[in-house]
Design a protein around this ligand. Structure first.
Ligand code: ADP
Length: 499
């Protein structure tokens, strides 16, 4: 397998990289101002394709966290009273700025996170769409007026901003996970403290500049970068002035945050882990199924909670599906995301590689066969090749744990009941993929799968206009769609006596 890792000595390429990194503020953003961390410490940001440090950003401590909270609380009253149209216009301007700067922002994202530049650019567009969508939703927050059933009084129902929110985002979609939370919070009239992942703070810092430029008032957005998320976040959660937490990340951390949120009975939205089954029935259009598999498995190098984690293929098409998927996976170029033609960038860090290696070793020891890939790549950076495994036993660890890498484990099934039981045999329930051309089966299976989302003859479910979220331990709440803004609104009912 060829590892594309061209020399980056070319002065033009290097200076473009330096320019986008230099353009980012490296400090904390509190009450409309960039300021140094009170700890005096900084946090290194690494390029996962080389392991080299790209730059350092401020490393916030507890005091900074509380200053950010003070600013969010102080700004809440005025922000809630802002004209909804104006809140929407700020998002709309930020949407446009994201698109105008998409090339630079994509390069910046690739440098800190690793995904190929074309994919990073796709994420900028996707991220911007959340701002466009919620700019439109800001002016559609409504309420109700009804006559009580006994005719004696009236019900008035209004929606108001929840209040100051704490938003915590992961490293795998550094821009879109931010806009998916900021869009509805801003549209609803909530102020926020947001904390991006320590591996990928630069995209959020760049977004902060954009929102400030778009006219967001001081204190509405406060941004903390820290290497110490637990100790810095907990005092904010326990303080009592934050009214909501919106988190995207691992189920393990989600559970910690839910426990902390219980103390002050905070509203929560949790978008946690997945273990997506990918079902291919004998009657599927195999071209569509293989295309869907490539999307669901290789997008973001498989580092997505929506990534297909388990492929169940019906016996009649199993061999052909495995052959076609293997040939597509084997031809993907692996390398630094800035290089032409690269489709698989590095994984985020050494732990990510170690996890994939462990899961593949566990599956092969239990009898799985390697059709392509399956061993680590020499050289700098955290690379793992596109891998297809077949005959993967159902009890292999990768059937229960998120792989978060470009590895497709295939196992064969015979009946619809059997595959639904296997697909649902997990504590997770984010997304399931189903490939069939039989309309009855499509609807029957979609109804029986325990998941918040179904990809029916498609490998991509994410869309800012659709409700994204999971059931079971994949989380609570929905992001995007008409419902997305509800997560940031409280319902207030006024009982009206009428004489
Ligand atoms: P991953 O395993 O994908 O890195 P995590 O759940 O560890 O996912 O991280 C997701 C986000 O949660 C990151 O922004 C990270 O800094 C943050 N985080 C991790 N631990 C805690 C914690 N104890 N409290 C608050 N935030 C945390």
């Amino acid at each position: 397998m060829e590892l594309v890792f061209a020399e980056v000595e070319e002065r033009g390429v290097q200076s473009a990289e330096k320019t986008v990194i230099q353009a980012v503020h490296k400090e904390l953003f509190i009450d409309g101002k960039w300021r140094a961390s009170s700890t005096g410490r900084s946090l290194p940001v690494e390029d996962p394709s080389t392991g080299e440090v790209l730059c350092e950003v401020a490393d916030a401590g507890v005091e900074d966290g509380l200053a950010a909270l003070d600013a969010a609380v102080a700004a809440q009253k005025d922000w809630a009273a802002y004209a909804p149209r104006e809140r929407g216009e700020i998002l709309r301007r930020a949407y446009q700025l994201l698109l105008d700067r998409a090339d630079d922002l994509a390069l910046l994202m690739t440098l800190e996170m690793g995904k190929p530049v074309a994919e990073a650019k796709g994420e900028i567009t996707y991220a911007a769409e959340f701002f466009r969508w919620f700019a439109e939703e800001a002016v559609r927050i409504d309420g109700g007026y009804a006559t009580a059933p006994n005719g004696q009084g009236r019900f008035l129902v209004m929606r108001q901003p929840v209040g100051p929110c704490l938003l915590i985002t992961p490293w795998n979609f550094p821009m879109a996970m931010g806009t998916r939370k900021l869009g509805p919070a801003i549209a609803a009239g909530c102020t926020v403290v947001i904390k991006p992942a320590e591996q990928t703070p630069l995209s959020m810092l760049a977004l902060t500049d954009i929102l400030a430029e778009a006219g967001l008032p001081a204190g509405v957005l406060n941004v903390l970068t820290t290497s110490d998320p637990g100790p810095v976040m907990e005092p904010l959660i326990k303080d009592g002035r934050i009214r909501k937490i919106s988190f995207t990340g691992s189920t393990a951390v989600g559970k910690i945050l839910l426990a902390q949120a219980a103390d002050k009975v905070l509203r929560t939205s949790m978008e946690l882990g997945g273990n997506a089954p990918f079902l291919v029935f004998d009657d599927a259009d195999l071209d569509v199924a293989v295309e869907g598999a490539m999307m669901a498995k290789t997008r973001n190098m498989g580092e997505a909670c929506t990534a297909a984690n388990r492929f169940y293929v019906q016996r009649g098409v199993a061999q052909e599906f495995g052959r076609r998927l293997t040939s597509r996976m084997a031809e993907l170029k692996v390398g630094r995301g800035t290089e032409e033609g690269v489709k698989i960038g590095p994984l985020i860090d050494n732990d990510a590689i170690a996890k994939v290696v462990e899961l593949v070793a566990d599956a092969t020891a239990a009898g799985a066969k390697v059709l392509t890939g399956g061993s680590t790549v020499d050289g700098p950076g955290h690379f793992y090749p596109p891998t297809v495994l077949t005959d993967v036993p159902r009890d292999a660890r990768m059937g229960r744990e998120e792989i978060f890498g470009p590895v497709a484990p295939i196992s064969v099934f015979d009946t619809e009941d059997e595959v639904i039981a296997a697909a649902n045999d997990t504590e997770f329930g984010l997304v399931s993929y189903v490939f069939t051309t039989n309309i009855n089966r499509a609807l029957r299976v979609s109804e029986r799968l325990e998941a918040g989302m179904i990809g029916l003859n498609t490998g991509l479910v994410s869309n800012p206009a659709a409700p994204f979220g999971g059931v079971k331990q994949s989380g609570v709440g929905r992001e995007g769609g008409r419902i997305g803004i509800e997560e940031f609104l409280e319902v207030k009912y006024v009982a009206v006596g009428l004489s």
